[in-house]
Every structure is written in C-alpha cells, then in structure tokens.
Design a protein around this ligand. Sequence first.
Ligand SMILES: *[C@@H]1O[C@H](CO)[C@@H](O)[C@H](O)[C@H]1NC(C)=O
Ligand SMILES: *[C@@H]1O[C@H](CO)[C@@H](O)[C@H](O)[C@H]1NC(C)=O
Length: 996
Amino acid sequence: MLRLLSPIWPLTVVFLVGYVHAIGQQSCVSFESLPSSFSLVNDGDVAPVFISSDDWPGVQKAAADFASDVHKVTGVTPKLSNTTFATLKSSTPPILIGTLGKSSLISQIVEHAKLDVTSISGQWESFMSLKVVDPIPGLAEAYVIIGSDKRGTIFALYDHSEQIGVSPWYWWADVPATRHRNLFLSASGCQHGPPTVQYRGIFLNDEQPALQNWAMEKFTNGTGSALLNSPFNHLFYTALFELLLRLKANYLWPAQWSSAFNVDDPLNQPLADLYGIVMGTSHEEPMMRSIPNEWSLFGVGPWNYSSNAENVYDFWVNGTERAKPYESLFTIGMRGNGDLPLSVGVNIDLLEQVVSDQRQILSDVFNGTDVTTIPQVWTLYEEVEGYYQDGMRVPDDVCLLWTDDTWGNVRRYPVESERNRTGGAGVYYHFDLVGPPRDYKWITTSQISKTYEQMSLAVDRNATRIWVVNVGDLKPYELSTEFFITLGWNATRWSPFNLDSFVSAWAQREFDLDSSDAAVVSDIIANVTRWNARCKPELLDGTTYSLTDYREAEDVLSDWAALSAASTRIYNKLPADAQPAFFELVHHPALASSNLGNMWVSQGLNNLRASQARLSTNALADKVESLFAEDWELENTYHTILDGKWDHMMDQTHVMYYYWQQPMTNSMPSISRVQPKKQALPGPMRVSPEGTWDLGRVTTRTNAHKAIIRYFDIGAGGPYPFTFAAASNTSWLKLTPSKGSISPTNTEIRVEASVDWSKITGAQQATINFTATAPGQPLQLTQAYFVANHTVPQADFKGKSSLVLLKIINMCWLGFVEGDGGISIEAAHATRNTSLSGVAWTELPGYGKTLSGVTPWPRTGNSGNNFTIGSGPSLEYDFFNFNTAYGNNVNITVLVSPSFNANGDDQPLAFAVQVDSQTPQRLQPMAVAVPGGSPAGWDDFVANSIIPVNLTATAAPGAHTLKIWMIEPAVVIQKIVINTGNVRPSYLGPPESILL
Ligand SMILES: *[C@@H]1O[C@H](CO)[C@@H](O)[C@H](O)[C@H]1NC(C)=O
Ligand SMILES: *[C@@H]1O[C@H](CO)[C@@H](O)[C@H](O)[C@H]1NC(C)=O
C-alpha cells in the first residue's frame, strides 16, 4: 500500500531543551538557566512581582493567577504587590507588569529605560516582555511585561502561565501543573502583535441536560436564580471567564435557553467586564437582552415590531442602558421569539427600521457617542441571510456575521465587494447542534482539519472581525474549542501541514507525554474525530457500514478496537494525577465512541445473521446488550471520577434516535434471537459467503490480477454439533482451514479461499463442497461456486512519473488497476499534478472520511479567481479497466466534501472531470440555494459527510487517464470511484485499488 510522505515543512514543536512554547506561540520560558536568562524561580529564590494599583482590576486578577500558577509549578509563591516607580525597592530582580496608558508604573519605566514600545502601542491585545537593565533608578534589572491594553497584559500573563506548565484547562479538565524546580525567562521575552481575529469567542448553547444539570449541582445549593431557576451565576461564569482568557478568547454569548445572563445574577455582567470578557448575545438576541426569557418575563405584548414597536423599543433601551458601563458587542436585527424565523410577511423595510431604531437607541443611551464607534454585529443566520441576499443592508460599521450551515460548512464568506467594510465580517460556527437532520451534542465530532480548512478560508476572505463558535455544553469539545480560538489568535502560525503538531503539542502540554506518545495521542484524536465526523454517532445505525461488502463493518470494528487499545495503553502508563484529565480529554471520547460504534455494527450483524438462520445471532444479541450496558458504565465513570466533579456532564442521550431531536432516554436498538433449540431447515450447517446476505446463492466471483482473499463463514444453524470439511475441485483454489468442528459453544469458523493466480488465465470456475457430519443426522452438502477471473493489464501499463510540484501529493507515479468491478482512488494519490499561476491541487492531510482531501492551494492564488474549464491546475490519475458498466462506458463518482457555494451564487463551487481526450465535464457539487435556504440534497450531504458527484465517461477496456481540472477555489475532493460494473453500496466507497 502506498504511503504518504510526511509533509515537507512541519513546524515541529521541540520541548526537550531551550525555551518552551505555549501552543503555537513564541517561547520565553526555560527550566534551566540559559545565557542571560532572568530567574523567576531559582533554587527556592523567587522573583517578586510588582504591579501598579492604577492598572485594570482584570490585570490585577491575572497577576494574582500568575503568582499562584508559579506556586502550582514550583511550590514557591512570588510575592505580589502594588508599587510605584518612586517607591519600588527590591533586593531581588523583580517582574514588573503593566498596561500601556493605564499603569503609571509602566509609563515611567518606558520613559526612564527608553523602551521601544512602538510595536504594540495602540494595538489591540498586543504585548511584549523582556529583561530590562536599569528599569528604575536603583534597580539593576527586571523582567518587564507590558500589554498594549487590558487584555494585552492579561494574555501576556496567561501566556507565561501556560509556558511555565499550567494548562488553560487546569480546572476545566483537571490538567495537573507540570512541576519544575526552577523557572527562567529569556532576556528577549515574548511578543505578540494584534490577533488575527479581533473578537474570538464561544456560545454556550443547548446547555440542557449536561451543562445545566452539572452547574446546578456544583454552583448552587439546589436552586438556581429566582426568576428562571438558572444555575449560571457568577460563580459559574467567573470560572468560565478565566478559562476563556487563558485560551486567549475575549468574547462570549452566554447560555440562554433557561437563563438570562443579566437577570440571573446581577454580578455576571460587571464581572465579565472586570475579568476582561466582551459580552454579546447570540444572533437572535438583540440589544444585550436574553431572548426568549427576558421578553417572556418583562416584555409587554407580542414580540412583534410591526404591531408592538413601542414596547419592544423600550425593552431594548433597558438592555442598552444596563450594558452601557461594560464592554459589549451589540447584536442588532431581530428574529422570532425563541430563535425562530420572523413571521411570514416581515419585510425588509421593517427590519431596516428595526436596525435604524436600534442604532438610535445606542446613540441616545451613549449620550450621542458616534454610533459607528460602538461595536455592533448583525448575524446572517438562515432567513436573515435571505434578507441580505434580497437586498437588505445595514450600515457599513456593523459587522456582518456569516454563519455555517450548523454542520461546519460556512455558507458564505465576504465576496470581493464586501471585504472592505469598516465593520468587517465574521463567522458563527458550530461544534454542536440541536437541529435537523439530527442533533449532535454528545461527544466530539469535529475534525480540526475541517475546522482549519473552513476558518482559514475566512481569514483569506477577510472574515476576521468576529469568530464565535457554538460549543454546546463546552465540556466534550475542549480541544476543538482551543483550536478554534488559537487559530483566531494567530492564524499565520498554522497551515494544513502542521495541524498534527497542534495536537501533539497539546498532548505534551496536558499529559507531559514524550513525543512518541504524543504522536499516538495525535492519531487517537485524529481517528476519533474522523470516525465521528464521517457519521455523527447520533446518525449511526446497524447498516451504516456495509455488513456484506468490502469488509467495511469489520474494518470499522477492528479500527475502533485498535484505537481503544492505544488509548488504554497511554492511560495505564500515566501517573494517577494525570489520568482524570486524559480520561476527560482523550480516553472517554475514544472508549465511548468506540463502544457505541461497536454496538451498532454488532446490532447490524445480529439482525443480518438472524435472517441467515445462524446461531451466532444470539451471541451478538448478548454483545449488543453488554455494549449498551457499557455505554452507561462509561458515562457513569465520567460522572464519578474526582468525587463526582463532572456529575451530569455526560447526561446527553445518544443511543437510538427516532427523529432529529434527542430521545428522552437511551434505548437499545432492536436485536433478534434465533431459537437455539431448533435446527434451521436446511440442516445443522450454514454457509455464508462474503459479499451477500443471501445464503441461497452461493456463487462468489472475484476479478483481479493479484491476491484477493474471499471467505465463507461456516456456522451453526441450530443446536447440533457437527464437523465440516471444505473441498475445492481445483488446485488453484485453496481453502483454509479445510475442516473444523462447530457446536453451540463454537458457532462460527471462517474459511478463507485464496487463489493461486499463477495457475489460471481468464475466468475459471471452481466448485467447493462443504459437507457437515452431525451425529444421527444425514450428511449435509452445500455447494458453492467460485469464479476467479485473472485479469492482467497490458504489459506497459504504468502511470508515468512526473515532477511533484508542491508540498502535497506524495510521490505517486502509479496507475490504478481495476479489481472486483471497480477502481477506487484516494484523491491525494494522483499520478501527475500540474500547477498553474501559483495554484496547485494540494493535499489536506487527515481531512475527510478516509484518507485526506485535495484542494486548489493557496486559495488566494490566481487572485482568488477561477479558471475556465480545461485551463486550470489539474490532477491526473492513470487507470486500467477490464470491464465497463454499459456499452463502452464507466460510471464515475467523485466524492466531494460538503461545502457551500460560499463565494457567492454567481461563482458556485465547481471542477471539471475529463477522461482521456473527451470533452471535460463541468461539475457543480452543490446546487444554488434559495436565499437563506438549504440547497437540494443538503440533508443527505451533511448526514453522510460527502457529496457524491456522478458522471459517465467512455472508457473501453484498457488504459486511460482521468483528469480533474480546477475551476473554482475551495472545492475539496476526497475520493474517486470508477464503476466498471460491480461497485456495491458502502459508506466509505470501495477500498483503494491496486496500483502498478
Ligand atoms: C493593588 O491595588 C488594587 C487597587 O487598589 C487592589 O484592588 C489590589 O488588591 C492591590 N493588589 C495587591 C496585591 O495588593
Ligand atoms: C450555599 O449555602 C451556603 C451555606 O448557607 C452559602 O454559604 C453559599 O453562599 C450558598 N451558595 C450559593 C451559590 O447560593
């Protein structure tokens, strides 16, 4: 099998010597003294930390956290005090912290020491730190940490905390601090300019049952807030604010379904501001009020701006006045009460009036402040995007927040003409969903390779003012959330080729693993998310994966088993104090996903075998029951570790959906049992050949030029033990084993049929006699016919090697040969790759359902423009077929990632396919949708995580070349299947064909 070469320029993360990183960041901490480094902790001596009393309270808080983080790591605590430039005395070189323009201490140091702060001055959330000689008269040196603004300083402090060994998730995922005796800071310190994305945040949503039940137990005495019984009080939120800031997020849409941020606890909003979090409200909650709850509690009349404008207006005035003292980002516009579309007939004029009135309110409440300087966002969610497409506009200073389809596919990015708005643009994204075609809210199901592909396109197309991601209950999505925020913090640091290093650096930070174990964790995460993304656990059923063809279901089972084993191996070798974190972040998702996947495949096999009258049905029924029980055990373990710290956090139901919305409990899918005391009508022996469920037709065909092994399962058809023999009438077909004993305690034996291809030419048929001898029963004979067709491509067939032009596509100079009635090709395994105008089809490693995806890269190449059919960058695949589907034709399916026509409807995603010198065919995977609506076929595309794009082409038996032409950027192709007559249904497509 072909292997991909490793990416050519991975930015490897080295933790062994020198300075350590926060993930993806510059490093300035070391654990041994390096030339000219500054001692933070050295042999028990600790540098004191000074701050200025006139700095932001949020900076004071982060400085206190920093001091306590040093204690967590080293056991000694730096003394933290306020000081002034004039009065500071320190016998040990200190750490001095402050915010430009706010801290009098820092201003005087900058002036006295003539520090060059131009790189951060006036910049959003930027910082620098460095060792300074003579910072203050009488002080020889200090390590100075300077933020350009409140969060600049806060992020600088948390960045240092992360580097010394305190995970942002130390509380939220129980990651133990890494202990070190000594801590040193580099003389040149750390710097960070303004983040890629100005507002980076999360949305707690659909928080019932998990987050809400957990918070009720942990943050209340059993009753929530007075009006709504909400548990989301300031005790809960301050823990969350700190996490967000440690992750370098700055923006929050609070939980809203049975709570109201400002009403539940009057400390919530002031504390958000004190900590440094910019509050917003979700896309459907204008003017900083929680909808539907606040309107239900305090609104007068209907939530309707045509019939009840005055009351709604006053309601918004109150929300604005309440938010005025605090840093806020105002959601404007309007949806129906409860996140529903506004009633039919709402027109654009009315919505424009809504927006205009909301801006009047802002202007009035902020005493005539220029309204264009007050941050506002208008979210183009569902029907609202439709209004926009129908011509509704908001003022230029309002940020346009584009959304995904709730399944991780961004519906639209700003097109060229929309990229220079003063309010900019952003993206609202989902890791969790309540909605059709099915909820997904149990466990992690988002691949970072996909998140990267979509969100880096947002960077390319200037949607960088606001990123907010729906994280559901927060807890099962720790890694995805951190990745999303980290990418928004500094997108230039990441590329499709170094995403693995994000996960391995994360694994090293969280569990102190060596690089080889970190690579294992990186694989575990890649696989869990790949397998949960290709079919969300909520959508699995017993027949998702083919039970009869391509050994698909069996491979799925063995993959899950290998993953659980790998995770268990790491779990077992971790020290006890690191196990809870590993369980929450890696092990539980691995085991629980694997268990559920196993349960569904077993249920499918159980049903299948019942239909085949196989006694092994019953063992599979037992297995389903035990896996169903195990599902609960895993949930319960999650709830009971650390004395129940995360009780309820895995309350989400996830087994057996009846329609798109969650079931009220988990129920076991139906299983069958065969009557164990009754013999199947044909006799004691059941012979089940590979590739069919129907035991009446035991002909197996194989068509290949190399080893393909087929099997026959010999099984008990009832209570009578028997011995069987398997004999073929030819020397070219070998059966292994050729005999065996079956009984109710050993119900199945697999007999493998292998062909000695050197002994046959063309198609030949063998007869296999399976005989069963059971005491007191007549001899049972079952005959099977086995057709082997030795197909050999012409001697000179071989894809031609060519220069590999980009980082991409491995050195593959091979052609694919038909076997078993089809040719299956991973898109990354092109025979030739031709770039043009600096754009080349490039592999996105780890992306998609099976191996990876290919996409034209960079997306900004050729000025982001398209190519006409047959003129752009291309990929070529040489193949050889022996058969055709009909006439001289083959059916081709190109498996494309679900993706929207996000570059505007006049430039829908498209590519072209050409076979040999036939006319290239233009293909458009996704239909153009009605404004605000979903394109035809969307439900199936997202549910199956793929768009099959079909075409036919002429390809008489022989050697051919299939060519894929770029037309539009941002198309991602995963796999190509050429059906020459016998491609059978499966979830992942046939396994990749043999290469010559
Ligand atoms: C520094 O001064 C601020 C403002 O008076 C105060 O809130 C804070 O607690 C002081 N910090 C320390 C460490 O004394
Ligand atoms: C719970 O009750 C204790 C004891 O009365 C009290 O100190 C604490 O503040 C209460 N906590 C909450 C969140 O109400």
